[in-house]
Design a protein around this ligand. Structure first.
Ligand code: ADP
Length: 456
């Protein structure tokens, strides 16, 4: 990216422009204020001199007037002043000071007039004219050079300061732009690397805890999530390819057999087997779909406050006959009044999967126990059995799709029941894990947030 396209550089230049505009505004305002204040000061001292000269003329006549002018020149200096007295016929009767005034008629107030200094230079001066009586008029001029000098000095100082400040600001801004661009470029480098290599384990550099670091941390969290999802997709597609290959090959072989069958009844029985296999595959696909929807939070489920104790009691009653059929004793110890906020059907499905497994994997003569109690606003449910249990190293893996513990290979199953149960429980902000049970087999433990009377 070219420097002139940089958003941060444009920001710095924009700020500099805004600064220069406001500095110009302040400059014009101060310049105007300074000029008018200094000129007003000059005019004020001119009118004080006029008052003094008028008083002297009235009290002491011409002599008093000239004396007063001389003493003014003595105290104020002659260079910046000029005095002219004219008689009734506009003839100059007295002139003093370093500024020579042009011959003008008397006027009211103070005017700005060009005068000539002793060295012949023309310069601007404020001039006051006033009547003295008997047709005599006086003119007093005060040079504007000191005022103009001050204004000039102010202008130079202001422009120099603003220039230095702008230059310093620009340098600081450019330095910040360089640092900012460096960090953004590091982000770009990392994202390009991830895009090009396809390696989602790469992460953005997080330095400090400013906005950019927060952004980097969020991007890393997003990358982590994407990495997990992609891993999940890979795993699922691998599993599907692996686990559905055998049944599909079998189906294909069965169909070939059916097609070659002369005997209608043999053909029918082969097709019936095909139909059963297809049903199973359909069930697997449905479970897979339900798991991924639940894991991605993509199913809009209807939730309500559910009497969880009642649900567990109903399930234990439902499973009692088949437990007896399998030669197992099923015990239920459920605390009354447990309530959850969720979908009754999905919760029942998750628990049914656990009970189904217990009935499936615990050998005849064994025992299955369903317990539920409330602790610290959470409901703790356990489905325990005296069966073969789950080896320690398989306790996490067993919840992954298509995972089956080796000895169970002889028992029919898809390896999806526990994944589905965990996805449904997590959809209810709960947890499902497996440990060893005191009964000798496995203990599947669920904990779910409990709904108290006050909540709903
Ligand atoms: P399936 O039962 O269809 O194989 P599941 O996901 O329900 O799939 O279970 C995964 C694996 O966990 C099973 O294949 C089995 O090996 C093991 N398993 C599940 N429940 C139990 C249990 N109660 N006792 C022993 N092993 C179990």
């Amino acid at each position: 990216m070219k420097l002139r396209d940089s958003a941060s550089l444009r920001l710095v230049l924009g700020l500099l422009l805004a600064y220069l505009c406001s500095a110009a505004l302040v400059f014009f305002f101060l310049d105007y204020q300074l000029a008018s204040t200094l000129t007003a000061g000059l005019d004020h001292s001119l009118s004080e001199e006029r008052n003094l000269l008028q008083l002297q003329y009235r009290d002491y006549g011409t002599e008093g007037l000239y004396r007063a002018i001389r003493s003014e020149i003595e105290s104020e200096g002659s260079q910046a002043h000029g005095f002219r007295i004219i008689d009734a016929r506009s003839k100059t009767t007295y002139q003093a000071g370093g500024l020579s005034l042009p011959l003008v008629a008397q006027f009211a107030g103070v005017r700005q007039i060009e005068v000539e200094s002793g060295d012949g230079r023309r310069q601007r001066a404020r001039v006051i004219s006033f009547p003295l009586g008997d047709g005599v008029s006086g003119f007093v001029a005060s040079s504007m050079e000191p005022v103009l000098g001050l204004i000039d000095q102010f202008r130079r100082t202001f422009i120099m300061t603003a220039g230095v400040v702008s230059l310093f600001g620009l340098m600081l801004g450019l330095l910040m732009v360089r640092r900012f661009r460096g960090r953004i470029e590091a982000f770009n480098r990392h994202t390009n690397l991830i895009v090009q290599s396809g390696d989602l384990s790469g992460r953005m550099p997080v330095v400090g805890n400013d906005e950019l670091s927060v952004l980097a941390a969020n991007m890393n969290a997003m990358l982590g999530r994407i990495e997990k999802l992609v891993q999940g997709i890979h795993q699922v597609s691998d599993n599907i390819a692996h686990d559905l290959r055998t049944p599909l090959t079998r189906l294909s072989a069965d169909i070939q057999v059916a097609l070659g069958q002369e005997d209608a009844s043999l053909c029918r029985s082969t097709l019936e087997r095909v139909s059963v296999d297809l049903e199973k595959m359909l069930a697997i696909f449905n479970s897979l779909l339900a798991i991924s929807r639940a894991e991605s939070g993509g199913i809009p489920i209807k939730r309500a406050v559910t009497d969880f104790s009642l649900l567990l009691d109903e399930l234990s009653e439902l499973y009692m006959p088949s437990a007896e059929e399998h030669g197992l004793s099923l015990q239920a110890d459920v605390a009354p009044g447990l309530r959850v906020y969720g979908n009754r059907q999905l919760l029942a499905q998750a628990l049914s999967n656990l009970l189904d497994n217990a009935l499936k994997y615990v050998p005849s003569g064994g025992m299955v126990r369903l317990t539920a109690l409330s602790r610290d606003h959470r409901i703790e449910v356990a489905v325990e059995d005296s069966g073969p249990g789950i080896p320690d190293d398989m306790r996490d893996k067993v919840f992954e799709r298509f995972t089956r513990v080796d000895p169970s290979r002889t028992i029919a199953g898809s390896g999806l029941g526990l994944s589905l149960a965990r996805a449904f429980i997590e959809l209810h902000h709960g947890r499902l894990r497996v440990t060893r049970s005191v009964l000798g087999g496995s203990a599947f433990q669920i904990d779910l947030p409990e709904v108290s009377e006050a909540d709903h």
